[in-house]
Write a protein that binds this ligand. Sequence first.
Ligand SMILES: *Cc1c(COP(=O)(O)O)cnc(C)c1O
Length: 360
Amino acid sequence: MGRVYNFSAGPAVLPEEVLREAAEEMLDYNGSGMSVMEMSHRSKPFQEIIDAAEVDIRGLMGIPDNYKVLFLQGGASTQFAMIPMNLMKNRVADYIVTGQFAKKACNEAKKYGKVNVIASSEDKTFSYIPDCSDLTVSEDADYVYICENNTIYGTKYKELPNTKGKPLVADVSSCFLSEPVEVSKYGLLYGGVQKNVGPAGMAIVIIREDLIREDVLPGTPSMLTYKIHADAKSLYNTPPAYSIYICGKVFKWLKRQGGLAAMKERNVRKAKILYDYLDESRLFKSSVNPKDRSLMNVTFVTGDAELDAKFVKEAKEAGLESLKGHRSVGGMRASIYNAMPIEGVEALAAFMKKFEEENL
Ligand SMILES: *Cc1c(COP(=O)(O)O)cnc(C)c1O
């Protein structure tokens, strides 16, 4: 059987070239006589892998020298706790709640200090991004937290919040490396890599050096202390070595594609195909505020749960996989990350048109 067009929100599609390279190197990485999976994380070949991965992501994102890049275990959700444990020196933080992942992060932070929800879009089932240009930021807030691309709902911040000088902390899991970013606008940004970069279970954290503190909250485990991982260059213990290796290959692939500016251009083109069609369709509609639409996760509904289910089933039979919306919102979601070729998006749009003709 051939490969399908995989619209899964995560774990998600990876570049075929990367998977082929990994397959070729599976039994013998670069003449070492072993797989990267079997290799000591203290070995020279692995050191070269992790060093190259860091150099490449720094180049791709233009990460300034006063930021550290950490490859950490535990996916994105571990960061929900790690962030307050390390950053809450006043034990106060402001959260903007634009979806379930922001809400989870917010609730986790409440275990460690006072959390103020300074804006939310929950009143309209997270279908928009609130105006964050002039929010009341708490005077003693240690940071302002956002989830930049809301994977479940299909919204994205097009402008970062005005944090009134407080460090901005952002979960970028589902928009990681999808477009250029100005890292200096953030105190910390992080993402679980299984959405747009690599295998599940790892997060990449990019953190400004002055936020890497010695005086973390009492009882913070070593494994959840940024300083320990930063000092050990992500080799405090055995890191998620194979994930780092695959992410490194994806970074090289992104460089070959022309970098993040080229990816953005391609991602805009892909998303436009779907949104243009949704705007004119008489069967499908997007429930997201147009100016807040995500380039990565395109959500849509017919308004009829049975018809939605029929669409998902027939799409799957046509080789278009994992289009079911998140269980909390229903409907459909097409995740069109970097590695989704434009042909996959065109095939989806053509299938939707055909389904509309047959079912209207
Ligand atoms: C998927 C996702 C998470 C959760 O990631 P895990 O690695 O499963 O913990 C968090 N935030 C966002 C924005 C996500 O898309």
